[in-house]
Design a protein around this ligand. Sequence first.
Ligand code: NAD
Ligand code: UDP
Length: 314
Amino acid sequence: MKKILVTGGAGFVGSHLCERLLSEGNEVICLDNYFTGSKRNIEHLMDHHYFELVRHDITNPYMVEVDEIYNLACPASPVHYQYNPIKTVKTSVMGAINMLGLAKRVKAKILQASTSEVYGDPTVHPQLETYWGNVNPIGRRSCYDEGKRCAETLFMDYHKENNVKIKIIRIFNTYGPRMHPQDGRVVSNFIVQALKGDDITVFGDGTQTRSFQYVDDLVEGTCRMMNSRDGFIGPVNIGNPNEFTMLQLAREVIDLTGSTSKIVFLPLPKDDPMQRRPDINLAKQELNGWEPEIQLREGLQLTVDYFDGLLRNH
Ligand code: NAD
Ligand code: UDP
């Protein structure tokens, strides 16, 4: 049995990861400041003998004896990370320093949840880990993009200078149950709008693309990365390489829900990346043939069912 710290454990991805780690017989400490996460996401784990919940903000140091740390704490939706951009940088950068300091002190292995946003609005397609990205350092998305880039730098430097055992994954757009219904990300927005019969808000002309990964595939890839061979530290892309335009996504959601919602077009936010698709060959090679198993329609159906239940209970 391992003792594992999950920062951001009460969030969308973190709650699924805590569940998985507990099911494998580990002891899990879930740390969160509840900025975008909530106790509701992990309430079903509360009675578990080996689950512990800690309210803490990772911009402040935290001390605990653990074997592994999954550093997920950070708002991920543009609406939330732009709400207080300075705090977002602090969470990414000071949070990384605090968690790396902890890993160094207790000799824990630490995994960083980085992001495809480190590639910015990419000029190379699909995105390989060797691509350095095309990021605006002073735009609306910079607090998140540059914060995450700096966190990767810190992880690499703690590894080189202090021998900290690190792993870095670059997560591409992920969706599924327990996304916050109001967090502004496209999948949750479209599904909630379709279920309520509201207009579906496509930004720009809807030709921009994303590659959507179902949360279970991410959790599988994340755990395989933590347990990968010692010499492999990443960064490695974890995402689904099937690429869709936002207009295709809107039509798929309308089709699945049988909604009468209309598609409306709103202005494209500044610096919104035009295309995004992971090259996952490195993940396949290093993570025992890992690749996504749940494709968009199946994953959307599971997510629609979740939001349907949520909206009915409110
Ligand atoms: P989320 O917003 O649901 O979860 C983030 C969690 O971190 C929340 O529970 C929040 O309350 C907590 N948190 C935020 N700031 C904190 C702080 N200073 N101290 C302690 N806790 C804090 O987002 P998510 O989608 O679950 O994302 C989890 C991680 O994965 C993030 O680091 C995100 O950058 C990364 N990621 C996610 C995606 C995606 O599509 N979901 C894509 C790329 C990267
Ligand atoms: N988007 C959209 N309508 C919405 C929310 C988002 O068309 O209601 C678009 C957004 O402009 C972007 C894509 O969907 O091009 C993905 O947005 P999201 O915020 O989910 O993720 P990110 O931009 O960080 O990849």
